[in-house]
Design a protein around this ligand. Sequence first.
Ligand code: 5AD
Length: 345
Amino acid sequence: MNIQQLLTQLETTHQATPAGIEYLLANEAEQDLLFAAAERVRRNYVGNSVQLRAVIEFSNYCKCRCVYCGINFGNDKLPKFRLTKEQILSAADSAAKAGYKTFVLQSGEDESYTKEYLAEIIAEITQKYGDTAITLSVGERPYSHYEAWFKAGAKRFLLKHEIGNAELYKKLHHGDLLSDRLQAARNLMQIGYQTGSGILIGLPEQTLADIAADILFLQNYNFNMISIGVFISGPGTPLAGHPNGDVGLTKRAMALARLLCPKALIPATSALLSLLPSPEQAMDCGANVLMQKAEPANYENLYALYPRKSDELSIAERRAKVTTMLAALGRTVSETQGNYGEELK
Ligand code: 5AD
């Protein structure tokens, strides 16, 4: 089968074999054909609108020791911060005023935000901004916590596993188990969350076969949100000095995720954007979501998962800038919450 036949099959059936996926992941020379196919599927299934998410990164305390991550427990060089309920509400208020219809509450795995305290924060946001969706991204917690937060008003959850090779997962996550991660994801789905997962491209020892298997896994699990990030090496991590992940490979993996999961919400990740000369270059391979930082400016640089520069803009200015960038591409900014499966406008 040549690339055209393979892409036609993908575009019409949204099915592929591991070998077919690996072939397309490796095919840099003809990646433009893959990107064009992913863009056609993106337009047909989720339209031209881009979902903007305001991300409130509220704590960089984390009990985990993920070797790639700048806020890992062992990094004692990074000053730590936690936002109070009032600070989180104030960030949400600025984002709501700027027009955002989704808040992503993201933090390290920080148990000082108890089941009750986070439920209280979620309930208060829900009460104040009823037309705004809340996505949580706070890691693994017991079923009862997830359930309490769902009842309080959070209806979406991001819990990426980053790599689905169980051996490598354990190695990169200081002995933590992939099976625990996946059980937590199943719990979220069972409770009724729109659930997101995702992987990082460029982790040490990761092969194309691993990535192909992960893309099929993300499809088989029917995740609503699929994030394909790119590894960026950062100081204060055991992987400092390692090469960053490959941008082209990351985009090919995004395009394949779009072809296999046509209705998914797929972000152009902040990590990918930070490695590209211009943001437009992340919008030609199937993505329909962009995330923007919304915490108070003085904390932005402390949520340092990987090195990146702040643009020193307010959340409202960020929205205006991205709207202009997208308009030049013929894309619009969604005015809706952008829930999975709804008509996305
Ligand atoms: N490079 C790129 N992305 C990273 N993340 C964590 N560490 C890194 C890194 N070194 C991503 C993970 C996490 C998200 C919030 O940030 O995918 O889920």
